[in-house]
Write a protein that binds this ligand. Sequence first.
Ligand code: BDR
Ligand code: CA
Length: 315
Amino acid sequence: MTSDTARRPRIVLDCDPGLDDAIAILTAAHHGDLVGITTVNGNVGIEHTTHNALITAQVADLDVEVHRGAARPLIAPTMDAARIHGATGLGDVALPQLRRSAASDDAAAFLCDTARSVDDLHLVAVGPLTNVALALRRDPDLRSRLGGLTIMGGGAHGGNVTSVAEFNVWADPEAAAIVFREAAPLTMVGLDVTHKVLLGDREVSQLRSADTPVSRFAADLLQYALDRCREFGLEAAPIHDATAVIAVTHPHLFARSSHPVAVELHGERTRGMTVTDVRPPAAIAAETAPPSHEVVWDANARAVIDLIVEASVNT
Ligand code: BDR
Ligand code: CA
């Protein structure tokens, strides 16, 4: 547990486990005060992402509710990332029998209720933004009730599904457009930074040597992610979603600056792009600019990696 429990941020994690989402759950539970988990369709379908969130909480013996969320994007056709995460979302990792069940099937209601009842709540969304957009539709004051809103998604300089679009924004661009337009300021932990926080063989070995149920589970997840990355010629794996969690629990490890960001919905080749205006503020026409958000550019990668590993070793 991080030294000063009282100061750990209270987090609701909206996620679509997913290999890196599962590691993000472990990271949030260790370094933050994990108040709840909501699930969304994304890397795989909602039945699988909900099952995987429950299994992760069970393996780590977490006392946390899981609320099932949106089964499809607002408007876009349903796509997935099973090619990366495996058909059921957690690769080929051997899983125990599930003994838990979801607390509700209304993630958006849970997000709205929790934002009202918990002071200084940080919503960390690491899947497509469908649940967050639906929650904003239900409670237009949601953003002002939150202590912070951090997303893993987007990027100022390029994508991973198309040349310009990152998966979480690309998978439900209309939801992302609502969130970027109506929930400013958010913190965008995009590919600019997550591609600099890379875990590899050394971290798998650290997790294996700790030899606890949670560290073995995390080692298996990381190994599967690493094997997929190697198919693309990469020697290490970005664990995007856990990096976004550390940006909330250890913000001093990250470099960021504020810029107008809008989600492109109509471009023939640019749908799902987070168009980030990095011109000097004086050069930007304030009346027509989209809302400004905190764009995270860089991190103390070694420190972030060590914190991600520590979470799985000590949970
Ligand atoms: C994001 O897409 C998903 O596949 C990962 O879980 C992560 O949230 C990275 O682009
Ligand atoms: Ca994710």
